[in-house]
Every structure is written in C-alpha cells, then in structure tokens.
Design a protein around this ligand. Structure first.
Ligand code: HH2
Length: 287
C-alpha cells in the first residue's frame, strides 16, 4: 500500500510522502473536547501556530460543533466565529487550511479568506449549493459518512454490515461529486468515526479501514478523543491521549492518510513510528 498521496485544492497540488496530521481548531463554545477554549481570536491564532510548530501539515478550523445533539448555528453566527480567526491564521501559517462547514455560504467566504479545502461532514447533502461552490473554486473536499444529522445520529444507529454500508455511501457521494463537476483528485474520504455509530461499529470500521482504500482516494480519520475511545478505556475526554495514539497507529497501518487530531504534539510520535514501520519494506508473509 503506497504511503504517498496528493490532493488538488484551489490550484495547489498538495503532495505528501507519508500520513499527515491535521490539527483541529474549533472556534465554538460547545465542541466536545476544546469547546470555548479558542473563542478569543488571539487565543485561537496562538493555538493554530502551536499546532503547526508541533507538526500539523494542515489545519481544520470549525465554527459549528457537530458533536451528538449539538445545537445548529445559522450562517451569520458561524461566519462571525470563523472568519476573523481564519483570516489571521491564513496570514500567519504556511500550511493548507480546511474549514469544517456544511454551509455553501460559509464555504465560499472561507475560500475567499484563504482556506483551500472544505471539510463537509454531510458529504454535500446538507446544502444543495455546496457542490457548485467546490466545483467552481476547484477546492479540496472531504466527504464524510454520517448516519442522520448531528442532532439525530446517535439515536439507535444500526447497520447490517457497517463497513460495506459506509463504503457504498462514500462511493455514491464520490460519484455525486464527480457528476457535479468536482474532480476525484480534489476529494478525501472519511468514514466518520462517532457519527451515527455505536462502539462496536467504530471498532469494526477501524479494524477494516483498509477496505476503504480500494476507493482510491486519501482517507481522513477523525478519532481524536472520541466517545468510543472513552467507552473502551473508561477515560474522560482529557485523558484519552494514549487511546487516541493507539487508534491512530492502527489507522495508519490500515491506510489512513490524514489524521485529524486535537493534540498534534503527542500524536506526532505515534504517526512517525507507525509510518516508519509501514515504510520499512514488505510485510513478512508468515510469522
Ligand atoms: N469529527 C468532528 C468534526 N469534524 N470532520 C471529519 N472529516 N472527520 C471527523 O471525524 C470529524 C469532523 C468532531 O470532532 P470535533 O471537531 O473535535 O468536535 P465538535 O464537532 O464538537 O466541534
């Protein structure tokens, strides 16, 4: 399995020779892990700079929480939270910036302000204008699997075969994006850990992540500090660093390209070791 990958984003070909860390910056009062910490622009910008210094190859900035049961915000509120931070961060860091939004209007303004990738956790379903904005601007796009909406997704999620259903969904959204004029080279796929999934669904998806690599697009994985890791370890959100590092190493081994994390400094080592082992030649065929 090759470790290298590339994404076309607003005329830039982002090319990487190994899996990369995406640093999360939530400018929201209610995100499950860092909610309320970076509402002040100066704090948010300082945190973005720390993430890049620690090794983030990419930053993902969000102005609306998508945790289970989160209260939706309107476009004006999301834009007001996001833009002042995005503008300052884009002028200070050299790494590409994605914006985590489901709204075409927010995406358009974010792309004007320096973002080059839109991370749409609804996979182009929430706003019918989103595909047009991405196609017109040639932006990078993350398509993520979610069952329902953040408000409903944890109400009794069930699957016959979670891996096949997530794979079929991502394939369908990839085809939809293509039919809307978005090139496959612009697209990253994400199985959406924690979005309408029970602990066993998340564990199965992680175990069989490699079966999503046949879709031939880079895979993003967002497992940082998520509730299923808390359920497996009985740890609180602040205390899930080792669980996150372990899950990340397993994800890299199974083909993950972009690891969306809160704690870049800690996760850098996990990804460095996992990538070096993967890169060290063919696996033995028997023990
Ligand atoms: N997870 C969250 C938000 N956005 N985007 C992608 N592509 N993949 C994910 O797994 C993902 C995501 C939820 O995490 P976080 O941003 O920390 O929390 P909140 O949604 O509460 O702001």
């Amino acid at each position: 399995m090759p470790l290298s990958f590339s994404i076309l984003a607003c005329g830039r070909l982002l090319t990487y020779d190994r899996p990369q860390l995406v640093g999360i910056l939530n400018v929201t009062p209610d995100s499950f892990s860092d909610g309320g910490r970076f509402l002040h622009v100066d704090h948010a910008v300082a945190h973005a700079e720390r993430l890049v210094e620690a090794g983030a190859a990419w930053l993902d900035i969000g102005g609306e929480s998508t945790r289970p049961g989160a209260v939706p915000v309107d476009e004006a509120e999301e834009t007001a939270r996001l833009l002042p931070v995005l503008e300052r961060v884009a002028s200070k860091v050299a790494v590409p910036i994605s914006v985590d939004t489901m709204k075409a209007g927010v995406a358009r303004r974010a792309l004007d302000a320096g973002a080059v990738v839109i991370n749409d956790v609804s996979a182009l379903r929430a706003d019918p204008r989103m595909a047009g904005v991405i196609a017109e601007r040639g932006a990078g796009l993350v398509l993520m699997h979610m069952r329902g909406t953040p408000q409903t997704m944890q109400q009794d999620p069930h699957y016959h075969d979670v891996v096949q259903e997530v794979r079929a969904f991502l394939q369908d959204r990839l085809l939809f994006a293509e039919s809307s004029g978005i090139a496959p080279r612009q697209i990253v796929l994400d199985p959406g850990f924690g979005f309408g999934k029970l602990v066993e669904h998340n564990v199965t998806l992680l175990k069989q992540l490699a079966s999503l690599t046949s879709l031939e697009r880079p895979l993003m994985v967002g497992i940082s500090r998520k509730a299923f890791l808390g359920r497996l370890t009985q740890r609180t959100v602040e205390d899930r660093t080792i669980a996150t590092a372990t899950a990340l190493a397993l994800a890299v081994e199974r083909g993950a390209a972009l690891l969306r994390v809160h704690d870049v400094a800690a996760m850098r080592d996990a990804v460095a070791v996992a990538a070096a082992v993967l890169d060290s030649g063919p696996s033995p065929s028997s023990r």
